[in-house]
Design a protein around this ligand. Structure first.
Ligand SMILES: N[C@@H](CCC(=O)N[C@@H](CS)C(=O)NCC(=O)O)C(=O)O
Length: 267
């Protein structure tokens, strides 16, 4: 089994948490979307949406995060040989879909200084154009991606888009807070795949220095956040890259890559 993913990608974090929680071995391939590795022809040919993560088992490829997680659950069930391990019930699935409805893209980008965002987006556009010239058979798909990049940049200028994303996040966090008043985890007393969907959202808020605004004022969520960070899966998938000084190391590496390529005009 292969997973194409990156520590920056929230959906990748979700899938990796599921794999760690279920103890499933896999071959890991890092595809950094900020250094635009997701547009390399070898990856893009496999996945013309260029989105992460991509999960492959033999000839079977899955692109949808929830489908991957449910597939991982089934593998864990089969390989355990036990028949009475419960797979996710209705409430877990409902939470997974509810959480997935919030797209972190615009919210995240809107909290990155415009100057840095513009620099990276210009780099992304130049890389796509360079790849288009190298692999002409993929030109149409690259062109679609280029249009999407321009659309993203346009949407980021629209305060209504950002307002809607923020309001949707607040509604979700309020529902979570209410639910966590009834049980330790999102769908009961056991950590489940619903939590796997939620934890990266909280980690993203912390990364953007928004913990005080979105987590601390919700006491059940604040308690939950402390608890989930103790899990080995969290430490391996998220903590390792983003706790304390490590987050600077993670970003500086990417930033240097983008900066040097831009200076040398090597896309
Ligand atoms: N196909 C995924 C969505 C994945 C997704 O949106 N991935 C983001 C990162 S979390 C991405 O790769 N964005 C890069 C891009 O849009 O080019 C799903 O439905 O679960």
């Amino acid at each position: 089994m292969q997973l194409y993913h990156h520590p920056y990608s929230l959906d990748s974090q979700r899938v990796r948490l599921a794999l760690e929680e279920k103890g499933i071995d896999y071959t890991s391939f890092h595809v950094n979307p900020v250094t635009v590795k997701n547009m390399d022809a070898s990856f893009f040919r496999r996945n013309p949406s260029a989105k992460l993560p991509v999960f492959q088992n033999g000839h079977h490829i899955i692109y949808n995060t929830i489908e991957i997680i449910q597939y991982v659950e089934r593998i864990a069930l089969v390989s355990s040989g036990e028949e009475n391990i419960p797979s996710s019930g209705g409430e877990v699935t409902a939470w997974m879909h509810r959480i997935k409805q919030w797209n972190p893209k615009f919210f995240t980008l809107s909290h990155i200084p415009k100057k840095h965002r513009d620099y990276v987006y210009k780099f992304i556009r130049q890389v796509i154009i360079a790849r288009m010239a190298e692999a002409t058979d993929l030109a149409a798909a690259y062109h679609t991606k280029l249009v999407q990049v321009y659309e993203t940049e346009d949407k980021l200028k629209d305060p209504a888009v950002l307002k809607q994303s923020k309001e949707q996040l607040i509604r979700l966090l309020d529902q979570v807070e209410k639910r966590l008043n009834e049980s330790a985890y999102l769908a009961g007393e056991e950590f489940s795949m619903a939590d796997v969907m939620l934890v990266p959202v909280l980690a993203r808020l912390v990364l953007l220095n928004l913990k005080e605004e979105y987590i601390d004022g919700r006491p059940n969520t604040a308690k939950y956040w402390i608890m989930v960070q103790q899990r080995p899966s969290y430490k391996k998938v998220i903590g390792k890259h983003f706790s304390g000084w490590r987050k600077h190391k993670t970003f500086i590496r990417t930033w240097c890559f983008v900066h040097i390529r831009t200076i040398l005009r090597r896309f």
